[in-house]
Design a binder for this molecule. Sequence first.
Ligand SMILES: C[S@@+](CC[C@H](N)C(=O)[O-])C[C@H]1O[C@@H](n2cnc3c(N)ncnc32)[C@H](O)[C@@H]1O
Length: 278
Amino acid sequence: MITNNVMKQIVALSNKPYVFERGTGNIWTEEYIAKQMLKAHLDKTSDGASRNIEAIEKTVDFINKAIKKNSTILDLGCGPGLYAERLFQLGHSITGIDFSENTIQYARNHAKQENLQIEYRCEDMFQLNYNKQFDVVMQIYGEINTFSGYEREQIFRIVREALKPEGVFIFDVTTPVHRKKSGLSNKWYISENGFWRGNRHLVLEEGFAYEDNIWLDQYIVMDEEEIKVYPNWFHNYTKKDIETIVLEAGFTKVNVINSLTGESNSNESEWLTVIAEK
Ligand SMILES: C[S@@+](CC[C@H](N)C(=O)[O-])C[C@H]1O[C@@H](n2cnc3c(N)ncnc32)[C@H](O)[C@@H]1O
């Protein structure tokens, strides 16, 4: 019989959270989920944790053409090093930061195996303290979308401090078109062994809309041991929004283009690539 307590807990957790409220779980650093994430990163055909391989190669080519030869690059949230390795092979010098121990360990081992001299550090990007060391800071696959306004300002400050004069910050963000296409999910399922847990578990998935193009995809995961909440926040940006925010953060110039292709802007683009100059 379901106890009153469990029922109360699930009902309380299903209430709409306040904007950018944190959950009780972390999809990047929890050991079991981190292993599933690594598999997703390394799946060349999917756009799960990293983009598919063709899109990665196009992005690397785009970044390589947008920056100086032999740049020093800081890759924030580098994952298993899919961009770092390719940019290193093009002659750049790379420091990759990620707070997932499992992913960084993979990246280090892979670089060693391939004889690539990339520095990987397992750190929280909010704790970084670099001073004018890099020509380029990059952050790829929408990490900025997941930050609250306060966190975004913190990262912009950390990036500006890390950049040399005239250095550039290259990142990508989703636009409101992205959410219009994907919509909001509201479903539940039981799995014996899946992305969230290796044992039997129940997943309650719910989407919430907020003002100002902010969205939440929330996953409540319950197994025999515990109930945890994994919120996935997204703040989508229009071209105008992101230009204003970047300039207000103290960057002197900003160039916003359609992701990957470098073609002229269209109102239908789901992704934007931003190049902000210090
Ligand atoms: C969507 S994945 C993208 C990874 C990589 N940029 C790519 O496209 O292949 C985001 C990455 O950021 C890392 N990450 C998220 N928050 C972080 C933080 N506060 N500090 C360091 N790494 C973080 C995650 O562990 C994950 O590897």
